[in-house]
Design a protein around this ligand. Structure first.
Ligand code: 9WO
Length: 296
């Protein structure tokens, strides 16, 4: 039987109606659904007939097609689940040399992305309303998690701004950007790869993107635990055996083994995730057992 629900935390609030929009607003109506995603830990929404448009603003548009034309994202675009428009910020310069950067006020090294072409590009493409999230990819943003990705599926349109040089003029951040997202605590040479990562993480949550309408529900971060180990044929490779339980055909035993492996891995590698995972009485007993094994 297909699982009808994603996750478990917000089960009460799930519904099965297609997405609808309020007039002249980008906010979908989540009838009976909790839209306060901050209180939820994992992606757990049943999304139906979803589609999204991404507007990317970058100085290096050529980075995007190879990834967007591959595999899942290519298929999602062909199915009309997503549309990605990549715009070159440089096309919106008005000077003869198409300059997009300038020296920082106050001195110091490096160059700063000028505000005018970015404002012009975003306002020119999205219109003066700017009625969708305008996201800057920056190490100073909130960190992209499965929750954030799920939250972003609630918007039919997203603008992704990719910085270059040493930074973006602060007035862009203050007056154009509505959200800042980081993919982790490291510095890159630009926001392009983070933008692709946001598109990837969000797209695979859209129903039908993975072929299986329930596909994205079972992955590690959706359950709040890390994934159990996977095996495929052959049953023995270089003398290494697939765990016997997986060949047993005993589905209850397999499910229990997988759950225990997930718990064990999460305890070993990401104990922080256990704090917020939804655990049964049996899960807790098993974890206590593991902890005792370690200390004795
Ligand atoms: C770079 C930076 C370094 C230390 C503290 C704050 C910082 N902000 C930025 C920044 O916004 N940089 C712009 C985009 C321009 C230079 C290259 N950019 C960038 C984005 N480098 N790294 C990222 C990034 C984006 C999302 N998640 C991780 C890294």
């Amino acid at each position: 039987m297909r699982k009808k629900l994603i996750g478990f935390r917000c089960r009460r609030m799930l519904h099965f109606e297609p997405r609808k929009y309020m007039k002249s607003s980008y906010h979908p109506i989540w009838k009976g659904v909790n839209t306060d995603h901050s209180s939820c830990q994992t992606s757990r929404f049943r999304l139906e007939s979803w589609s999204m448009e991404f507007f990317v603003f970058t100085l290096l548009p050529e980075i995007f097609p190879p990834y967007l034309e591959s595999s899942i994202l290519q298929r999602a675009r062909q199915r009309g689940l997503i549309d990605v428009q990549v715009h070159n910020i440089r096309d919106w310069t008005t000077d003869r040399h198409h300059v997009t950067d300038d020296e920082p006020y106050g001195g110091g090294g490096g160059m700063v992305l000028k505000p005018e072409p970015l404002f012009s590009a975003v306002e020119g493409i999205l219109g003066p309303q700017l009625d969708c999230p305008i996201i800057l990819l920056t190490p100073q943003g909130r960190v992209l998690t499965q929750d954030v990705a799920a939250e972003l599926t609630g918007h039919p349109r997203l603008a992704l701004i990719c910085g270059r040089y040493e930074g973006v003029d602060e007035r862009v951040c203050e007056h154009l950007i509505t959200d800042e997202i980081s993919i982790g605590d490291y510095v890159l040479t630009g926001g392009e790869l983070p933008a692709l990562i946001v598109i990837d993480a969000v797209t695979r949550l859209l129903p039908g993107a993975l072929g299986d309408p329930d596909g994205a529900q079972d992955d590690s971060h959706a359950s709040g635990l890390l994934e159990y180990p996977h095996y495929t044929r052959p049953a023995e490779y270089r003398g290494w055996q697939v765990p016997e339980v997986l060949l047993s055909g005993d589905h209850a035993r397999i499910a229990r083994w997988r759950r225990e492996q997930s718990l064990k891995r999460t305890l070993e590698r990401r104990p922080d995730m256990l704090e917020s995972a939804q655990l049964s009485e049996n899960d807790r007993k098993f974890i206590d057992l593991l902890k005792n094994d370690k200390t004795t």
